[in-house]
Design a protein around this ligand. Structure first.
Ligand SMILES: [Zn+2]
Length: 648
């Protein structure tokens, strides 16, 4: 009650200030219930990470014409924004940009007759970039901006040939989430604004461009590529890549793009993609985006994957050889429903994207690979969540985050993923799988192609699930799950039989006492466990080892399983972290190569963090980073600058 009142007081003041600037329309003394609801809803959807004012003027379509200049490492060209003026008093439009060189701004009533108009580019805010204000004459329906990106654009990475798998051609790719679309497109860069887009992309003739749009798998290499995206999407899903990219079909409507030398391995690893799409449709209704293709990027890609619609971008570190890491594809595919179809309205609502997606990802894994793998992932997720609850400030363990003044990239932990997924799992176990599946299906259908707030979800949940089962009403404390720190009582508790066996193996290994016996016992115990272990079993095993492991014990483990040289990037990550913690020097060379060879933030940041804990480690970390930095994505560079105290 107090919250609502405070909120309303704040909004009427803000509204009054805005109104006073323009129109002398008096505010009604007592707003109707519907008006109050609307104001609350809009205030909750207020995006603190965008300068755009979509309630005054809204972009409907963006047409790009861009040349990829690999010499200068810039995109150069024009963006034409088709706009709808919602507030007749508006005489300018504000757009988000970061490090863009704005060359010219024009306005047009019909997209044919153009008139040059004034613009101002404000000083740069470290999180938001520079506000671009374009003057608009009455009757404007189109705004054209001539611009060039910066070689250090935060949303683009330009790779030299040496940084690719093929070593012959350069490569460029984008990563727009959360607020980086503005570093390559002047736009209303808020997840609450959806646009369709079209693009003409000009590249060197021997390279190929792909986008988060309709891609033609049979496109010839001409140096000019045209794209259309007929579905309205938020700006953080706009994506581009240019390089020596080839295509291989996986199924009727699924396929993989990659550099030629990576393509066969990628196609083998991802061969279940079509099955995954079918399984997800079975669960949550038709796939809404036509084709589902995956682009496997060079190793410097800073994330595991990015759910760019129609074309997931993925790290090559998922190519483990045994499909044990393809749940990442299940995750990105799940976003085709949770995130891309029903989108968080602001970054404070990001759990609506990531929590739902993590839950759906595990349902896909269960449908395609069975309950066993699903349970292992859920248990690992619960371990991750517990670690975060134990280490993060309580305010950062709330699902609906307050992000004013914070960079959405820096404030994004795995809380929205794992706590969100556990919340949905708790709803599923409480209300039953069948009713909960029906609820989710209707949620995706009801809000399809819309951006929604946490309040929208809460309202929908109340009406369409909770109110239908009055007897269970008190069982799941929804408000506490969403708005309070920690995990409420009564949460679902994932369990894994496979992990019980791993725990037994650890106990057996440790019981045998001295280091020599450990080596022997380990090998025997390993044989007693159903072989080969999956990545998840390995992770559970390594995470479960006691903290006071001796160097001899580390050596025995390494001798038994060659962990220092293991090819699987996730297992190597946990092993290398143990190696740093225990001062296990035989892994030093691998650690260096690992950090230079991979740019995925989840895998490298914890290793730098671990190194930075001691003065010697700090020196080593800085030396390695000096070598590795040029190969990292700007996002990874800036995170590690911070970890190593090289930047405030
Ligand atoms: Zn995700």
């Amino acid at each position: 009650m107090r919250m609502l009142l405070t909120l309303l007081a704040g909004i009427s003041l803000a509204l009054a200030a805005q109104e006073a600037e323009r129109m002398p329309t008096p505010m009604p003394i007592l707003p109707s219930k519907a008006e109050v609801a609307k104001v609350v809803r809009e205030a909750q959807a207020w995006d603190v990470h965008s300068y755009a004012k979509p309630k005054e003027i809204r972009t409907l379509h963006i047409a790009l014409d861009l040349k990829a200049d690999f010499e200068k490492k810039v995109l150069q060209g024009t963006a034409v924004l088709k706009v709808k003026v919602l507030d007749p008093a508006a005489n300018s439009m504000t757009l988000d940009t970061r490090d863009l060189e704005i060359q010219k701004t024009d306005a047009s009533p019909d997209g044919k007759a153009w008139k040059t108009v004034d613009h101002t580019l404000a000083a740069k805010d470290p999180i938001l970039g520079s506000k671009l204000t374009v003057s608009l004459p009455k009757g404007t329906h189109f705004v054209r901006i001539g611009y060039a990106t910066s070689p250090t654009a935060t949303g683009l990475q330009w790779l030299t040939p040496e940084q690719t798998a093929g070593k012959k051609e350069p490569f460029m790719f984008s990563q727009s989430e959360a607020v980086h679309a503005r570093s390559w497109i002047p736009c209303q860069d808020s997840p609450g604004v959806r646009v369709t887009y079209s693009a003409t992309i000009r590249t060197p003739k021997n390279l190929r461009a792909v986008m988060s749009a309709v891609n033609d798998p049979r496109a010839k290499r001409t140096g000019v590529y045209r794209f259309t995206m007929p579905n309205a999407i938020p700006s953080y899903l706009m994506a581009i890549a240019v390089g020596d990219i080839q295509f291989r079909a996986l199924g009727q409507r699924t396929g993989v793009y990659a550099e030629p030398s990576v393509l066969p391995k990628a196609a083998k690893e991802l061969e279940d993609t079509e099955k995954m799409v079918a399984a997800t449709e079975q669960l949550y209704g038709p796939y809404a985006w036509g084709r589902y293709d995956i682009l496997v990027l060079p190793p410097s890609f800073p994330y595991g994957g990015m759910e760019n619609p129609r074309l997931t971008f993925a790290t090559p570190t998922i190519l483990a050889g045994d499909k044990s890491l393809v749940s990442l594809i299940a995750h990105e595919l799940a976003h085709s429903w949770s995130g891309n179809l029903v989108t968080n309205a602001t970054w404070s609502d990001v759990w609506l994207n990531e929590g739902f997606t993590t839950y759906v990802e595990r349902r896909i894994v269960e449908a395609v690979y069975g309950r066993g793998p699903e349970e292992m992932q859920a248990v690992l997720g619960r371990q991750t969540l517990q670690h975060l609850l134990d280490t993060l400030p309580p305010a950062d363990t709330v699902l609906h985050l307050v992000l004013s003044g914070r960079d959405p990239d820096d404030s994004l932990s795995e809380i929205p993923y794992e706590k969100g997924a556990l919340f949905l799992r708790t709803l599923e176990t409480t209300y039953g799988r069948k009713p909960f599946d029906a609820f989710l299906r209707s949620y995706f259908k009801h809000f399809a192609f819309q951006s929604v707030t946490t309040a929208d979800f809460e309202g929908y949940l109340q009406t369409n699930l909770i109110a239908k089962f009055p007897a269970k009403k008190a069982v799941v404390p929804v408000h506490a799950w969403i708005h309070e720190a920690g995990v409420p009582n009564g949460a679902a508790e994932p369990r894994s039989d496979a992990f019980k066996k791993v725990d037994e193996a650890i106990a057996a290994i440790l019981k045998s006492g001295n280091a020599a016996a450990l080596g022997k016992a380990t090998s025997e115990s390993y044989l007693a466990v159903p072989a080969p272990w999956s990545t998840q079993e390995w992770l559970h095993f390594l995470r479960g080892l006691p903290a006071d492991l001796s160097l001899d014990q580390m050596k025995s483990l390494d001798a038994a399983w060659h962990l220092t040289d293991i090819g699987n990037a996730e297992i190597a990550h946990v092993w290398l972290r143990l190696a740093i913690q225990h001062g296990y020097t035989p892994a030093d060379a691998r650690l260096r190569n690992y950090l230079i060879g991979i740019g995925r933030r989840k895998l490298i940041v914890p290793l730098y963090t671990e190194l930075a804990k001691t003065p010697d480690g700090q020196v080593r970390a800085r030396a390695i980073f000096k070598e590795a930095r040029p190969g990292y994505h700007p996002l990874a560079q800036s995170t590690i600058d911070q970890v190593l105290g090289l930047k405030d």
